[in-house]
Design a protein. Structure first.
Length: 271
């Protein structure tokens, strides 16, 4: 069921060109946690500016550093082309508010080729697909417990065992699985995959249920254009140490094709 106050993701992540190397975005307060815009949402919005500035079709990868949490509302995105080749372009993008840089990203832009029927090679460490969509449980957390307004905009379904952290019974393996869809019947496309990799609850919740887990830095790889329909996720945490934890996200489309991967380092405030 679509959230009553939803805006399409294409709308909330849209940018407007305001100069040769500058775009303006209007960051929506509902697409984040406690008024802080989601990291994947910011990454996609900045990619839209980089693509518009260069005329390239797809973002192939992103390396994004979150310097400070931007607030909702107007933000400027400045882009600099670092190298323009025949097949790829490297672009640096900076998102600022009131002249203060909040997010820095490096994008590799180019053209995605159609995925083959099967990968040329796959490591045994690649996470397998989880349970079917219909066997997962719709999930939108109680806003009085978790002010994750983003979860009320998207259509999130979790594997039942992945929700045990919510009742104080985490599995303790640092893994969450499920499916996600966009509201209003909107399908994911290659640029919104940069958002998709950061839509699940933090995998560290399966170790210890904490509050906001802010992304500090994230590397994302777009592997293929997704087929229509929801996306399947596996989120894995490996190490929590010194108030920081890492997560790896593997995203498959409705056909089972791996369409995106991401690795991030986030702040973790354990109870």
């Amino acid at each position: 069921m679509t959230a009553p106050n939803f805006r399409t993701f294409a709308d909330v992540s849209a940018v407007t060109r305001t100069g040769p190397h500058r775009h303006r975005a209007d960051l929506d307060p509902l697409w984040g946690f406690a008024g802080n815009p989601n990291g994947g949402y910011l990454q996609t919005t900045m990619a839209r500016a980089a693509l518009d500035a260069t005329g390239r079709e797809h973002a192939l990868s992103a390396s994004t550093h979150y310097l400070a949490a931007p607030g909702a509302g107007a933000a400027d995105i400045d882009t600099v082309v670092l190298r323009a080749g025949k097949s790829t372009t490297h672009v640096r993008a900076t998102l600022s508010q009131d002249g203060e840089p909040k997010v820095e990203a490096l994008f590799l832009l180019g053209h995605l080729t159609a995925p083959s029927d099967s990968p040329s090679w796959t490591s045994a460490r690649l996470q397998p697909a989880g349970v079917p969509y219909e066997d997962c449980v719709p999930h939108a957390p109680d806003p009085d417990r978790i002010p994750a307004t983003l979860m009320h905009q998207i259509r999130l379904r979790m594997e039942p065992q992945s929700l045990e952290f919510y009742d104080g019974r985490p599995q303790g393996v640092g893994e969450l699985r499920g499916w996600v869809g966009l509201p209003g019947g909107e399908d994911f496309d290659p640029v919104s995959l940069l958002f998709a990799v950061d839509t699940m609850p933090p995998a560290t919740y399966d170790v210890a249920f904490s509050g906001w887990v802010p992304t500090l830095t994230m590397a994302t790889y777009v592997r293929a254009a997704p087929a229509p329909g929801p996306l399947q996720f596996v989120m894995d945490a490996t190490l929590i140490q010194g108030g920081r934890g890492d997560e790896t996200c593997t995203v498959r489309d409705s056909t089972g094709t791996v369409v995106a991967q991401a690795h991030q380092l986030a702040g973790v405030r354990l109870p």
